[in-house]
Design a protein around this ligand. Sequence first.
Ligand SMILES: Nc1nc2c(ncn2[C@@H]2O[C@H](COP(=O)(O)OP(=O)(O)O)[C@@H](O)[C@H]2O)c(=O)[nH]1
Ligand SMILES: [Mg+2]
Length: 244
Amino acid sequence: MADTLVIVPTYNERESLSSLVGRVRQIVPGADVLIVDDSSPDGTGELADSLAHADAGVSVLHRERKNGLGRAYLAGFELALDEGYSLIVEIDADGSHDPADLPAMLALARTGAHLVLGSRWVEGGTVLNWPWPRKVISRLGNSYARLALGSSIRDLTSGFRVFRAEALRALDFESVASQGYCFQIELAWRCEKAGFHIVEHPITFIERAVGRSKMHAGIVIEALARVTWWGITRRGMREAPREV
Ligand SMILES: Nc1nc2c(ncn2[C@@H]2O[C@H](COP(=O)(O)OP(=O)(O)O)[C@@H](O)[C@H]2O)c(=O)[nH]1
Ligand SMILES: [Mg+2]
């Protein structure tokens, strides 16, 4: 059995899903792929089924309704841990993350990192084709979250990452509060607080060429509100120390 599971969350990604899955399978043929689709009205779920039908390394988790990125990933993580994968990857379906970065990121996870972040905001990382307001939101949001949470991670919101299973296993999924993209901040910060070794690997993020972003004001507001609250209460909510 493969030891790596690449989880691809989808909502209306019919135009980009096949090529993303194809590239992942080509670049890391030893890794399985799990598509987590929230009943996309554009037929992404059916397309995912046909990809799984054609390739034993691909499977699909269908969820009943659009329930946020965080919930989709948690469902995928539970499945990954149940099935005994030791490395679990997050990657967007829209082509913004280049699977060519995966071999290097997986190697970092195999050689000691519990969490490898594909990072836009470290030396050597960048974003292409984002309108300036989106760049400002990401940069300001990351700076604010770093300050509020006392974090030293530069790209807390990155959606391109590799977790070692032991790091995910140590997190209590039931208590993960975030629904939307704030989930990424929450998980990275919890790993950091728990003392896991986190490495940021520079990536070039390329804004999608097809389909539409699911980013909306509610996602930013959720992140702002939660990060502010965590920042205020953080002294009282330390993670239980990890047994080494
Ligand atoms: N299953 C699922 N996937 C989602 C949801 N929201 C976003 N995604 C997926 O998460 C990834 C990132 O979303 P995207 O819209 O590209 O966000 P952006 O890159 O921040 O503009 C894509 O693969 C989306 O299809 C959701 O509610 N459920
Ligand atoms: Mg995107």
